[in-house]
Design a protein around this ligand. Structure first.
Ligand SMILES: [Zn+2]
Ligand SMILES: [Zn+2]
Length: 262
């Protein structure tokens, strides 16, 4: 089944392409489900460099809904959130009028009030521990349909003992809370230095002790990348011993089933 629930566009400011272009491309490629998950803005414009202005949410939402009405397959409206407790009720309000939320941990809050990101070098051991805690916290909220790129903390790090502990923390929580983890194709398009990168074979090898299914996504930020990495994600899942989960819409919410059952 061809699907993608982790899709960006020009709205986030670091992606390109109109919603209509993604939907038309998906239609031409034979997608069965397409979901848009723009980086969710904050009322305070926190992390504004990587997301649309708060005031633009209505435009984005109308745009996706209008395109959805033009296609026979489900075109879903969602957001990718960076969760913090402070904004819990805000995200709950957002979820009331969209189809789904996913979460990515793109920033960790440090005791000195700054934020560190795994996309930059120097993501420390403590940052990795904060990352794992943040991932567990958002899975516990019940807000999200799956956790995006659980292994993105390895973007600029090697896999070591601290990473192993983080992998165990995240995967065991995912199993306990029944939150799917995502094999993310976007990491494949990033230059590889000495880092483990993502999707990380080491991370998923450990995760397999706890979970046996995974969602695959391209995390596309350009139209052409909508399906470019999906075959690799599927092969990665199979090589790592995971069944790919397929989404379907049930009572206006996303649910998943194992591929062979669909
Ligand atoms: Zn992005
Ligand atoms: Zn994303």
């Amino acid at each position: 089944m061809l699907y993608n629930l982790h899709t960006h566009s020009h709205y986030c400011g670091h992606g390109s392409g109109e919603i209509a272009e993604y939907a038309d491309y998906a239609s031409a490629e034979g997608f069965e489900v397409l979901g848009f998950s723009e980086h969710c803005p904050f009322p305070t414009e926190l992390f504004h460099r990587t997301r649309m202005p708060f005031a633009m949410m209505g435009t984005y939402e109308k745009d996706v809904r209008a395109r959805a009405s033009e296609h026979s397959f489900p075109v879903l409206l969602g957001y990718e959130i960076d969760y913090s407790e402070e904004f819990d009720s805000y995200f709950r309000t957002v979820l009331e009028h969209v189809d789904y939320l996913i979460a990515g941990v793109h920033f960790v809050a440090c005791p000195d009030g700054t934020y560190h990101t795994p996309f930059n070098p120097g993501f420390s051991d403590d940052d990795v521990r904060r990352y794992a805690d943040a991932a567990v916290k958002v899975m516990e909220t019940g807000l999200i349909s799956f956790l995006a790129h659980p292994d993105v903390f390895l973007c600029r790090r090697r896999f070591d003992k601290v990473a192993e502990e983080a992998a165990i923390t995240i995967a065991s929580a995912a199993a306990e809370l029944s939150i799917p983890l995502e094999i993310n194709g976007n990491g494949l398009l990033k230059g590889n230095d000495e880092s483990e990168g993502y999707p990380s074979p080491c991370f998923w090898h450990i995760a397999r002790d706890y979970v046996s299914t995974a969602v695959i996504s391209s995390d596309a930020h350009t139209v052409k990348n909508l399906d470019r990495t999906l075959p690799f994600c599927r092969a990665f899942a199979s090589d790592s011993g995971f069944d790919v989960l397929d989404p379907y819409v049930k009572d206006g919410r996303i649910a998943f089933r194992k591929e062979q059952e669909s």
